[in-house]
Design a protein around this ligand. Structure first.
Ligand code: AHG
Ligand code: MN
Ligand code: MN
Length: 337
């Protein structure tokens, strides 16, 4: 596909060769692109339109919701609920799966989304994003229930994110590599700017919230200690660290210039009964699909993330993803205990 082609055209072209394609999937990705354009416009306007700040409520995971968490969630439902492309929707910001509008037609796809990832950054004008994961509704299921969404990441038919940074970028995979599109805000189209993205194999950069280090397990401490030891240590090279606190921005940096991102299990979370910070269905699975499609790897430290059989839509997992060699090394440290 040539650089500069529109996202709409790219989606139509990728569907052209598929036997039995009805245009429903094309329509669904278009709906998502529309939602992301709307969110991009809201994020751009920010304080001018009074969308910043806390909403004064909590989501199902006990996190304080920002006004924009709620508004962007509604933008997604509005864009996807009525067009007959989605069979069901689930969001990080909603306790239960979304009740679909009664009078609207239904499609065959399940869409899971984090409408505003990194929302703690929104009030300080730092990059945020949207993440989505697309599954097929089980054969013959017209009105999907929660259990129909509980499919492993390997079943995803597409996944992507939209990064609202200095430019707005849509990055996605349908299982045929990773493409990057940049929003031309003058005429409102995403244009292909990078084709078949590959993560550089070698890296000297890691991303982790270091303030949690005293709570980490041994294997994670070992890996980071060795990075910090630099040239004189066992890795024989100096490492650089970055932490944006928006997973979308972190993954985008890794796709662009390499590195490894970790949100490992820690004793603080364990004491609260959660297995990690990041959500399997809205964050870990879609990002793992993208990372693997770009030649990287993704694990909890002990198992491939996309192989996990989900137990709940809001399940959390430890996440280690990025350059394959680093992820393999971290996995080895976990196996060695
Ligand atoms: P969300 O804003 O959707 O709740 O996700 C925030 C996530 C992720 O984007 C980021 O990597 C991490 O939480 C930040 O965690 P810290 O607050 O520990 O830095
Ligand atoms: Mn998030
Ligand atoms: Mn979120």
């Amino acid at each position: 596909m040539h650089i500069g082609t529109t996202l709409t055209n790219y989606i139509i072209e990728t569907q052209r060769g598929i036997q039995g394609a009805t245009g429903e999937f094309t329509g669904l990705l278009n709906d998502i692109a529309t939602a992301c354009k709307k969110i991009s416009a809201l994020v751009d306007k920010g304080d001018l339109v009074g969308v910043l700040g806390s909403a004064g409520s909590e989501n199902v995971q006990g996190e304080t919701q920002k006004k924009l968490d709620i508004i962007t969630n509604e933008v997604f439902i509005e864009a996807l609920g009525y067009n007959g492309h989605a069979a069901g929707l689930a969001s990080e910001e909603m306790d239960e799966i979304c009740e679909m509008p009664k009078d609207a037609p239904r499609g065959h796809y399940l869409v899971l989304f984090d409408p505003l990832d990194g929302s703690s950054n929104i009030d300080v004008n730092v990059s945020v994003g949207t993440i989505f994961s697309i599954l097929k509704a089980p054969e013959g299921v017209k009105d999907p229930k929660t259990e129909d969404f509980l499919q492993p990441g390997t079943k995803q038919v597409a996944a992507g994110y939209c990064l609202y940074g200095p430019s707005t970028m849509m990055v996605m995979t349908t299982g045929k590599g990773v493409q990057m599109f940049t929003l031309d805000k003058d005429f409102g189209e995403f244009l292909l700017t990078k084709n078949s993205v590959q993560i550089p194999e070698e890296t000297q950069e890691f991303a982790i919230n270091m303030s949690n280090s005293r709570f980490w397990e041994g294997p994670m401490k070992r890996y980071i200690d060795e990075c910090l030891a630099g040239k004189e240590g066992p890795r024989g090279k100096d490492f650089n660290m970055r932490w944006v606190a928006s997973m979308v921005a972190e993954v985008h940096r890794i796709l662009s210039r390499g590195g490894v991102f970790m949100y490992p299990m820690d004793s603080k979370m364990q004491a609260k009964g959660t297995a990690g910070k990041l959500r399997l269905m809205y964050e870990a699975n879609p990002m793992s699909f993208i990372i693997e499609q770009a030649g990287g790897a993704s694990t909890t430290g002990r198992e491939r993330i996309m192989d996990i059989s989900p137990e709940g839509i809001h399940q959390r997992v430890p996440v280690v993803l990025g350059a394959k060699n680093e992820v393999e090394l971290i996995t080895r440290y976990h196996n060695e205990g």
